[in-house]
Ligand binder design. Structure first.
Ligand SMILES: CC(C)(COP(=O)(O)OP(=O)(O)OC[C@H]1O[C@@H](n2cnc3c(N)ncnc32)[C@H](O)[C@@H]1OP(=O)(O)O)[C@@H](O)C(=O)NCCC(=O)NCCS
Length: 152
């Protein structure tokens, strides 16, 4: 596991594209605009320059097999907590799953988020993604809020 570098960005963008397409197949709300791919690298570049953002990759034999992205956020001033984090993206390539890479990425990113001052970490998991639901629970993540939606 190591931090993502500028030279990784085209390959990370390809992993992100796979993650977005995976979610687009799960629910209509995740449908992608035509041309979404072109925005990914620019967004990733901005995140690399953001001190509140952590991006880790899993590299194996020169190939990127996994990627995890997270942000540290200041808590609203009404709360006791000062700062929390959100893991916004996690993807392990299909042929590399079930070997502990997802767990290793999440544990490594959690350590970095703690070092940046975050007191806890959140993740939004699609209800239609049962394997990810099981993954996060296996890592000790528990229900906090149900996000409900209705088409307008
Ligand atoms: C979810 C995902 C990141 C898991 O990565 P992974 O490297 O295969 O997971 P690990 O091998 O580290 O598994 C860790 C634990 O999660 C659980 N787990 C992982 N995949 C699971 C599955 N498909 N079904 C049930 N449990 C699963 C296992 O209990 C495992 O526990 P163990 O360490 O005691 O064996 C990967 O399947 C993935 O990229 N999925 C598609 C994208 C996605 O859904 N991302 C999450 C968005 S919130």
């Amino acid at each position: 596991v190591r931090p993502a570098r500028v030279s990784d960005l085209p390959r990370v963008a390809a992993l992100w594209q796979d993650l977005l397409e995976h979610h687009a197949a799960l629910a209509a709300s995740f449908a992608l605009r035509p041309g979404a791919r072109r925005r990914l690298e620019r967004t990733l570049r901005a995140q690399l320059d953001d001190a509140h953002c952590v991006q880790l990759v899993w590299e194996e034999a020169g190939e990127l097999c996994g990627w995890c992205n997270a942000l540290v956020q200041t808590a609203p001033p009404l709360l006791v907590e000062q700062a929390r984090a959100e893991i916004t993206e996690l993807w392990v390539r299909g042929d590399a799953r079930g070997r502990g890479i997802g767990r290793a990425l999440v544990e490594a990113i959690a350590a970095r988020l703690r070092a940046l001052g975050a007191e806890r970490v959140e993740v939004r998991v699609a209800a239609a993604n049962p394997s990810a639901q099981r993954f996060w629970r296996a890592l000790g993540y528990a229900d906090l809020v149900d996000v409900l939606e209705r088409r307008l």
